[in-house]
Design a protein around this ligand. Structure first.
Ligand code: AMP
Length: 537
C-alpha cells in the first residue's frame, strides 16, 4: 500500500519560491570585480533571476542544454545558479584554475552553448575560442562601464543582457530527477569526469547538509561560503542558505585575502563559513599578525583535504572559533561526513578529543557507508581495520555524464570513493590514504597521509608530500618532499629523526627532498602525479 501524501517534486524552483515568500528581506552581500561591497535582498535577487530567465529563454535554449559559468562567488553567479537550473537548463560550473586544455576538454565534452564569465577570465576564453565549436556566446558578469574589450570575442555585457526583461517568469514544471547542474572532477589521472546533479539530489543534500548534526544552518546564521561556487556548488551553501533563510556573504575572488575576509566577517556579522585548510591558515596568520579578533564567527567547516590539529586548536584557543572537519567528494554533492561530538564522548580526555577532531567525522544521514578489504569483504568498525570506503545514497553519483563506461557506480550499487579509511567503534571515520597513494613496502601498507601529518607536526615544516619510490628489495619505500618554513635550516636527518617513536620503524621515510613549493591540483590538493613524474626522469 502506498502512502497518501502529495507527490510534490523536490526542485530548486521550490527552494527559490520558499526563500522569496518567507525570507524576502534577508540580505546577500558580495564582493565583485566591479563593486567592493554589493548588497541586496533575496527579493531583489529573485527578480533579477527572473529577468535572467527571460533573457535565457530568448536565446532559444532547450531543456537540458548546458550553460557554463567561469566565475567567483558573488550575487551574479548566485542568480545564474537559480535561473539556469529552474529554467530547466543545466548550470555547468567550470573551475578557472584548471589548465586551459582541461577547460577546452570539458566545455566540448559538456557541449556548453553559452558561457558566463568574470571579466578576468576573458583572456582564457580568447585563447580557446577557436577550439570551442559548441559555444554560441560569451556573457561577461559585469556592467557596461567595466566591460573588457576583445578583438577575438563578441562579448555581451551581463547587465545589458538582463536589462529590460520582465521581473516575472513562468518556470516550467520540472521533474525532480531532471538534471540541474554539472561539475567535472579534476582527478589527477585521466580526463575530468562530469558529475551531473539533479534537482532532487540538490534539494536533499541542501536539507541534509544544513541539519543540526551537519552544518547546522538556521535563519540566525550569517554564512560566508569561501568554498568556490565552481567546485561542487560551493558545498551546496547557495541552496542551504536559501532554504534556511540565512544571510549570505560572498567574498568574490578574495578567497584567501586576509583583510577582505576579516572586514566581511566583522562588518557583516558572519557566524559561519566553509573553506579548504589553506584558506583558514591564511586567515589565521593574518588575524594573528594584525591582532584582530572575529567575535561573531562561531564555526568554520574545513574540508577538501586533511586539516592539521595545530590549526584546529589555534582557531579554538586564539580565535574562539570551532574549526570542524568535513569530508566529501564531487560525486557526493559533496557532504558525506562531518565532525560533531556525540554526547557519549562528553567526558573524553583532551588527548582523545584531539584524536577525534582530526578525523573526517561521523557519516550524515543520506550517505550510507561501508569499508571493504581488497577482496571486497566488509570490515568491522573497530578503529584498526582499514579498507576502501564505499558509499551510496540519494546525493551520490551513479554514473558520470556522457561516458560509455560508467565507473562511478559499481555493480553492487556502491560508489568507490577511492579513499582508504578506518571507522572507530563510535562511527568516526578517518582517511588513512587515497587508494592510489598508499605505499606498499615489503608487503605492508604505509599511509602517506600519516607521514605527511607527522612531517608538518615538525615546527619548521610548512607542507609535505609522501610518496613511494621504487625499491629493489622492498618494492616501494616512503620518501618525503617537504617545504621548510621561512628562515628554517632543518636538515633531512633532523626531519627523519623526528619520526622516531611516533610510528613503526619500517614506516619511517628514508629520503627527504626539500623543495620551494609542492605541486597542487586545481582544487588545491597535492598533485603527487607530478612528484612521481619528477622521480621517474
Ligand atoms: P573532490 O572530488 O575534488 O572534492 O575530492 C574528493 C577527495 O578529497 C576525497 O575523496 C578525499 O580524498 C579528499 N578529502 C575531502 N575532504 C577531506 C578531508 N576532510 N580530509 C582529508 N581528505 C579529504
Amino acid at each position: 500500500m502506498n502512502g497518501l501524501m502529495m507527490d510534490f517534486p523536490l526542485t530548486i524552483t521550490s527552494v527559490m519560491d520558499y526563500a522569496k515568500k518567507v525570507y524576502p528581506n534577508v540580505e546577500i552581500v558580495s564582493v565583485t570585480s566591479d563593486n567592493p561591497r554589493h548588497r541586496y535582498t533575496y527579493k531583489d535577487a529573485f527578480k533579477r533571476v527572473n529577468q535572467l530567465s527571460n533573457a535565457l529563454a530568448a536565446l532559444g535554449l532547450q531543456q537540458g542544454d548546458r550553460v557554463a559559468t567561469l566565475a567567483w562567488n558573488d550575487y551574479r553567479h548566485f542568480e545564474l545558479y537559480y535561473s539556469v537550473s529552474c529554467s530547466g537548463y543545466v548550470c555547468h560550473t567550470i573551475n578557472p584554475r584548471l589548465f586551459s586544455e582541461q577547460i577546452e576538454f570539458i566545455v566540448n565534452h559538456a557541449e556548453d552553448q553559452y558561457l558566463f564569465t568574470d571579466p578576468m577570465f576573458v583572456p582564457v576564453i580568447e585563447g580557446l575560442i577557436e577550439k570551442l565549436p559548441t559555444l554560441k556566446g560569451v556573457i561577461v558578469l559585469t556592467s557596461e562601464e567595466h566591460m573588457p574589450s576583445s578583438d577575438k570575442l563578441d562579448l555581451i555585457c551581463y547587465e545589458n543582457f538582463i536589462a529590460g526583461h520582465s521581473e516575472e517568469f513562468n518556470y516550467p514544471q520540472l521533474e525532480e530527477n531532471n538534471a540541474s547542474s554539472l561539475c567535472y572532477t579534476s582527478g589527477t589521472t585521466g580526463n575530468p569526469k562530469g558529475v551531473l546533479y539533479s534537482h532532487r539530489s540538490t534539494v536533499l543534500h541542501g536539507l541534509g547538509s544544513g541539519a543540526p548534526n551537519a552544518f547546522n544552518i538556521s535563519n540566525r546564521e550569517v554564512v560566508m561560503p569561501i568554498v568556490p561556487m565552481f567546485h561542487v556548488n560551493a558545498w551546496s551553501l547557495p541552496y542551504t542558505c536559501a532554504l534556511s533563510g540565512s544571510k549570505i556573504v560572498f567574498p568574490g575572488n578574495k578567497m584567501a585575502d586576509g583583510p577582505t575576509l576579516t572586514s566581511l566577517i566583522n562588518d557583516e556579522g558572519v557566524t559561519f563559513s566553509a573553506g579548504v585548510p589553506t584558506v583558514w591558515l591564511a586567515l589565521y596568520n593574518y588575524l594573528k599578525a594584525e591582532g584582530i579578533a572575529v567575535p561573531t564567527l562561531e564555526r568554520c567547516i574545513v574540508g577538501g583535504s586533511a586539516c592539521p590539529l595545530s590549526l584546529i586548536n589555534a582557531f579554538r584557543d586564539d580565535l574562539d572559533v570551532n574549526l570542524q572537519t568535513a569530508w566529501g567528494l564531487t560525486e557526493t554533492s559533496p557532504l558525506g561526513s562531518i565532525f560533531t561530538l556525540k554526547p557519549e564522548l562528553d567526558n573524553a580526555s583532551e588527548e582523545e578529543l584531539d584524536k577525534l577532531k582530526v578525523k573526517q567525522g561521523l557519516p550524515i544521514f543520506g550517505v550510507d557507508s561501508k569499508i571493504v578489504d581488497f577482496e571486497g569483504n566488509e570490515l568491522p568498525w573497530d578503529g584498526t581495520s582499514f579498507g576502501q570506503l564505499k558509499v551510496r545514497g540519494p546525493w551520490v553519483a551513479k554514473a558520470y555524464y556522457n561516458m560509455e563506461k560508467t565507473d562511478a557506480h559499481e555493480e553492487d550499487g556502491w560508489f568507490d570513493t577511492g579513499d582508504i579509511v578506518t571507522y572507530d567503534k563510535h562511527g568516526y571515520m578517518q582517511i588513512t590514504d587515497r587508494s592510489k597513494d598508499l605505499i606498499k613496502s615489503g608487503g605492508e601498507w604505509i599511509s602517506s597521509i600519516e607521514l605527511e601529518n607527522l612531517a608538518v607536526d615538525h615546527p619548521e615544516i610548512a607542507e609535505a608530500a609522501a610518496i613511494g619510490y621504487e625499491h629493489e628489495k622492498w618494492g616501494e619505500r616512503p620518501m618525503i618532499f617537504a617545504v621548510r618554513k621561512e628562515g628554517s635550516t632543518v636538515s633531512a636527518e633532523e626531519l627523519i629523526a623526528s619520526y622516531q617513536g611516533k610510528i613503526a620503524k619500517w614506516c619511517i621515510p628514508d629520503i627527504v627532498e626539500f623543495v620551494d613549493e609542492l605541486p597542487h591540483t586545481a582544487t588545491g590538493k597535492l598533485d603527487k602525479k607530478v612528484l612521481r613524474q619528477k622521480l621517474s626522469v
